[in-house]
Design a protein around this ligand. Structure first.
Ligand SMILES: CC(C)(COP(=O)(O)OP(=O)(O)OC[C@H]1O[C@@H](n2cnc3c(N)ncnc32)[C@H](O)[C@@H]1OP(=O)(O)O)[C@@H](O)C(=O)NCCC(=O)NCCS
Length: 424
């Protein structure tokens, strides 16, 4: 029986996860040096060491498809078991046609699979995850699973304030009953929405516009709002208390943002502002070092992947923490504009067994380092690579090796080469 008195399935959560990102990356120190900025600003001030950079042949379709293929393969799930596919993205490839339908085709999913794209800046995938949770809890899945993919390329443009907070990548999650990784607790989820102009990307622009410092304030206010709603939904904040949480995951546009979010989390729960170096600050720092900081390694070397950013931290935890099972984790997703959700889940007894299936270390180790000249060429080439009849972007130009790639637009139709199974 569910908390609201309806007969709903409660054992729902994340059964499988995988990541795929671009084959190239930039060292943040190299970017700082060429922009005349102290590297410590990017490395310590923002918390970023490296940034994944998508070539013109890698888009939200190819990254989403490979991540999803990996999740299916590594967790031994038949594509025929997928009954819902949702791609959360704010950098889709078409104003009308969803990324999800390309992914559906490339993975060979069943025709009766419900397929769509969700967009609400960086909140899109969390919206997909909670919709999948509701779909299964409501008994509509008929034993099938939902595939949720967060796929984005964060583009602010060369020499902008947002340039060091770019990145790219896709996280695929398969949601089902009796999950192997994380059981979601629907009664602890809360929502928040408010119309604000902190970050947006008009239809005519490949690059996002942001009022950066204001967006940080909006994010923090959204945390307070969503957390408050979660407490109301739970009827008590017992299960949400910080001392009940083994780890806290936040939307991570840059690593330092997680520290700011955790600061607000502590202040909201404690009902007090924490400044200076008093005892509360010592407590706050200890809590950050234990519950947040250890799980930001993937974010620091991949960068901002927009809607998948929070899930990267969750993956980092699941690949490294060796949880025994029963640990409660909090998830906070923020999408500019703005929409947000806070909720919790409980790690399953089997999660540690799948740590290696989740770990993207092999993929990251194969990435190629770009020098600044190549990085700037690549960003410029990406601006027009998908224009109709533009010269074919060639994976060999970027030394990409076998894989699934975008190769240009002909007769206004996007063309792809290779397959997810070819991708290293
Ligand atoms: C994030 C963003 C606002 C940073 O803007 P900025 O004006 O270039 O950077 P700041 O001057 O605020 O410096 C960033 C941090 O580095 C620190 N810093 C600056 N120089 C430093 C140095 N030499 N050594 C160490 N730290 C340094 C600053 O103190 C600051 O830390 P703090 O926020 O804890 O005070 C900007 O990159 C941006 O607009 N990004 C896109 C929007 C975004 O990511 N929004 C997040 C919410 S969704």
């Amino acid at each position: 029986m569910g908390a609201k008195g309806t007969d709903v399935s409660r054992n729902v959560g994340i059964d499988a996860m995988a990541f795929h990102g671009p084959h190239c990356y930039l060292e943040m120190a190299d970017l700082a040096n060429v922009r005349g900025v102290d590297p410590n600003k990017y490395i310590h001030g923002l918390g970023q060491r490296q940034m994944a950079v998508a070539t013109p042949c890698e888009d939200t379709v190819t990254m989403a498809t490979v991540a999803a293929y990996r999740a299916l393969k590594r967790f031994d799930i038949d594509p025929g078991e997928i009954g819902t596919l949702i791609v959360g993205t704010e950098t889709g490839v078409d104003h009308s046609k969803p990324v999800a339908v390309y992914v559906h085709d490339m993975l060979g999913l069943a025709p009766n699979c419900r397929t769509f794209e969700t967009k609400h800046a960086c909140y899109g995938a969390m919206a997909g995850l909670t919709s999948a949770m509701d779909w299964i809890s409501a008994g509509r899945a008929r034993g099938r699973k939902a595939l949720i993919v967060a796929s984005d390329i964060a583009r602010y443009g060369l020499k902008t304030a947002g340039e060091p907070t770019q990145g790219a990548g896709a996280v695929a999650m398969i949601v089902g009953e009796k999950p192997r990784l994380l059981q979601l607790d629907p009664d602890t989820f809360g929502d928040y929405t408010r119309q604000v102009m902190d970050f947006w990307r008009p239809l005519y622009s490949k690059y996002a516009f942001a009022d950066g410092h204001y967006s940080i304030d909006c994010y923090l206010d959204a945390f307070t709002g969503a957390w408050g709603d979660a407490c109301e939904n739970a009827g008590t904040w017992d299960r949400l208390r910080l001392d009940q949480l083994a780890a806290c995951f936040y939307h991570v546009p840059f690593v330092k943002m997680a520290r700011k979010a955790h600061h607000r989390h502590c202040e909201t729960e404690w009902g007090d502002t924490v400044t200076g170096d008093d005892e509360k600050m010592v407590q706050l720092k200890a809590s950050y070092d234990r519950q947040v900081a250890p799980w930001l390694e993937l974010n620091s070397v991949i960068g901002n992947i927009y809607t998948g950013s929070m899930f990267l931290s969750l993956m980092d935890y699941l690949r490294k923490a060796e949880p025994a099972g029963g640990e409660r984790l909090s998830l906070f997703s923020y999408g500019s504009g703005c929409g947000a959700a806070f909720g919790t889940g409980v790690v399953t007894d089997s999660a540690t067994r799948y740590a290696a299936n989740i770990d993207p270390a092999e993929h990251l180790a194969r990435r190629k380092r770009l020098d600044i000249e190549r990085y700037e060429q690549l960003i410029t080439a990406s601006e027009t690579a998908d224009h109709n009849e533009a010269p074919y972007p060639d994976p060999a130009d970027w030394d990409l090796g076998p894989g699934l790639y975008f190769v240009g637009t002909r007769n206004h139709i996007r063309e792809y080469t290779g397959s997810a199974s070819d991708t290293l």
